[in-house]
Unconditional design. Structure first.
Length: 297
């Protein structure tokens, strides 16, 4: 824990005394092409910005920022990892830690639909703007769209996502749309990942904005994924959720979906950063082998 405490102390001192160091670190970051071998494996770390701190059985696993950063630095140092998806607070810390060189960085744009809130599906853009993404020298913007027929907040999110797609396209910048079919209720928002529901949600998300040339989709692994993915020609990254107890079966489903031509990679977060055995490197390497099968020994 001493190492984590020292890391936090260092970052806080810089933020208090030399805030301009963040911009300097971002400007010095060595950039790389989005794709090198046609595949993309990103570690997601934007959950805290929406009030989601749970990982595994621990409701506050991601609450310790120093520990989260320590785990992210380990993950980003693994050879199969292409980059990270995060909010500005996390990206700025990682830039100060010089952990983003030769990595793809997607900035998370809408985190206003706080988990468990009455306004969860009114997912406001409270994070990066397209202009801020370009100014920071990031590689793309990510937004979440949950299509809910029973919540009027969905239409505001649809409009905001469309404007964000256009704003990113104006800078020749990729837009990654994380898509769900969702419904509200007294128990909170529930995502419907049935094939028919996801096909409809993909069709809606694909039509957003006036320039689709740089749009990617981030989609959950579903049943009958070939039929679901036939709904789009956009490149897709799979959402790697918690594998649960039967990791082998989950990875087998991921591998099957990875064979569909539209699928170009994987985005995974909490399950890799907070694995049950605590071995972040091993968890990341296992997922990387799924994201990039040709790299297996």
């Amino acid at each position: 824990m001493a190492r984590v405490s020292s890391l936090v102390e260092r970052l806080t001192r810089i933020r208090a005394e030399r805030p301009e160091a963040i911009g300097d670190a971002l400007s010095r970051r060595r950039r790389r092409p989005l794709l090198r071998d046609g595949r993309l494996f990103l570690v997601a770390a934007d959950h805290p910005g929406r009030g989601v701190l749970k990982a595994g059985d621990d409701p506050l696993a991601m609450a310790d920022r120093g520990e989260l950063l320590r785990r992210l630095v380990i993950a980003l140092g693994r050879p199969g990892v292409d980059g990270v998806l995060a909010t500005a607070d996390v990206v700025d810390d990682l830039a100060l830690l010089e952990a983003l060189d030769d990595k793809v960085v997607f900035g998370s744009m809408n985190r206003g639909g706080l988990a468990g809130s009455a306004f969860e599906l009114d997912d406001r853009f409270t994070g990066y703007t397209a202009e801020a993404i370009v100014a920071a020298g990031l590689d793309g913007g990510k937004m979440m769209l949950r299509v809910g027929n029973d919540d009027a907040g969905t239409v505001a999110t649809l409009e905001s996502c469309a404007r964000a797609v256009d704003a990113l396209a104006a800078f020749d910048c990729p837009a990654m749309i994380e898509v769900f079919a969702s419904r509200g209720g007294s128990g909170g928002v529930v995502n419907d990942v049935s094939p028919d529901a996801m096909i409809r949600a993909i069709a809606i998300a694909s039509a957003l904005g006036g320039d689709s040339s740089r749009v990617w989709l981030k989609l959950p692994v579903t049943a009958d994924h070939e039929r679901v993915l036939a709904a789009t020609t956009f490149p897709v990254v799979l959402l790697g959720g918690d594998p649960g107890a039967d990791r082998a079966a989950t990875y087998a489903r991921w591998e099957s979906a990875m064979a569909v031509p539209q699928v170009r990679g994987l985005v995974a977060g909490r399950a890799l950063l907070y694995p049950p055995d605590g071995d972040v490197a091993a968890a990341v390497d296992e997922a990387a082998a799924v994201a990039r099968p040709s790299a297996r020994a």
